[in-house]
Ligand binder design. Structure first.
Ligand code: PLP
Length: 365
């Protein structure tokens, strides 16, 4: 019988491809006919070692990166990266510079300030995050440890289309909510990181894709517990302690699925079509749906809008749930509505949402 699936617009944890869930289901109790689940295997086994190696290689391939980069997998979420990055950079005696474009990048900056010096290079906080700060002429200091930016602002719904040229200063991207969603030149980033629960898999694993020369700088760190050093993960192939094996396994399935779709170029095209549907309804609604973000800065992943008042927004969410949609309420700090259409959200779900929006407007406009 066909499985009843909801239209899942949750911001993360988010939708996973149905075929990946089916694959995982089959392997749940018998991984590769070994008589046990991957969850029950030692992380010192050759199967698990191979899994980690192949997952890292596949991610590099999809991102168009070569062997000058390494993939590290760890726990702690992107939030742990907010702390780990400045901790690992600290001993160089240099401070990080931050492009602050939304709540998560502000959090990253605040965490860096706990660790030591950190500078805001550009911010759109005064615009309530409705636009992105200009990044063309950042006040860069060659003595900076790095420049950090959040490529997609999950809560607010904005996304950078171009990236600063930071010269010799390493550019670091928090790509938690848009890694693998579009073609960008990932080589412009000395390091990019993402927790998995949007486009990469279920929650539980975070990837840091780090250029090896930056790893060499981080490797000089002495005043940090081992578990917090990037070099520990690099030396131990991300298996210094017991790693989140099942989450990595799921991530590998999602990466293979991404490859089967035609890689990120094909995924981007689909994401663009999906976003055009929703923004199309917003832009032709005579203000009934009021997009939160300046058009040029809108995100393909998280689409945000407000409606006449909170009561109307509440009704929209309630009715959407009654019609087979989930996850459309905006973040509690912003309110309004947010539709998160990550890679695994099918075009048909966005089409259904666009139709629901048109119908809702007709009945309430
Ligand atoms: N950065 C961005 C852009 C995010 O979207 C999120 C979570 O949604 C985080 C950081 C925090 O991630 P985590 O909950 O995995 O720590």
């Amino acid at each position: 019988c066909p499985l009843e699936r909801i239209h899942n617009f949750n911001p993360g944890p988010a939708a996973l491809p149905l075929e990946v869930l089916r694959q995982a289901q089959r392997q749940l109790i018998d991984y590769r006919h070994g008589g046990m689940s991957i969850m029950e295997m030692s992380h010192r086994s050759s199967d698990v070692e191979r899994l980690f190696e192949e997952t890292g290689q596949l991610l590099l391939k999809l991102l168009g990166l070569d062997a000058s980069y390494t993939v590290l997998t760890m726990g702690g979420g992107a939030s742990m990266q907010f702390a780990m990055l400045p901790l690992n950079a600290k001993e160089s005696g240099k401070a990080g510079g931050y492009v602050v474009s939304g709540s998560f990048s502000e959090k990253a900056y605040q965490e860096a300030r706990f660790v030591g010096d950190a500078t805001v290079l550009a911010s759109s906080k005064n615009a309530n995050w409705r636009t992105l700060p200009a990044v063309d002429d950042l006040p860069l200091d060659p003595a900076m440890a790095y420049v950090h930016m959040t490529t997609n602002n999950t809560i607010e719904g904005s996304q950078f289309r171009h990236f600063p040229d930071t010269g010799a200063v390493p550019l670091i991207g928090d790509m938690t909510s848009d890694m693998l969603s579009r073609v960008i030149d990932y080589r412009r980033f000395a390091m990019c990181y993402a927790s998995a629960q949007k486009n990469l898999g279920p929650a539980g694993v975070t990837v840091a894709v780090v250029r090896k020369d930056l790893l060499d700088v981080f490797a000089k760190v002495r005043q940090l517990p081992s578990i917090l050093r990037y070099s520990t993960y690099a030396q131990h192939k991300s298996m210094y302690n017991t790693p989140p094996v099942h989450a990595v396994y799921m991530m590998k399935l999602v990466l293979e699925w991404t490859e089967r779709q035609g890689g990120i170029a094909a995924i981007e095209q689909e994401n663009r079509r999906k976003a055009e549907l929703i923004y199309g309804v917003i832009d032709q609604s005579d203000g009934f749906y009021d997009g939160l973000i300046a058009k040029s800065d809108r995100s393909m992943m998280n689409m945000t809008w407000r409606m006449a008042d909170e009561a109307m927004e509440k009704r929209f969410v309630l009715e959407s749930e009654a019609n087979g949609f989930d996850g459309l309420a905006g973040h509690r700090s912003v309110g309004g509505i947010r539709a998160s259409a990550y890679n695994a959200v099918p075009y048909t779900a966005c089409k259904a949402l666009a139709e629901f929006m048109l119908d809702f407007r007709q009945r309430n406009g």
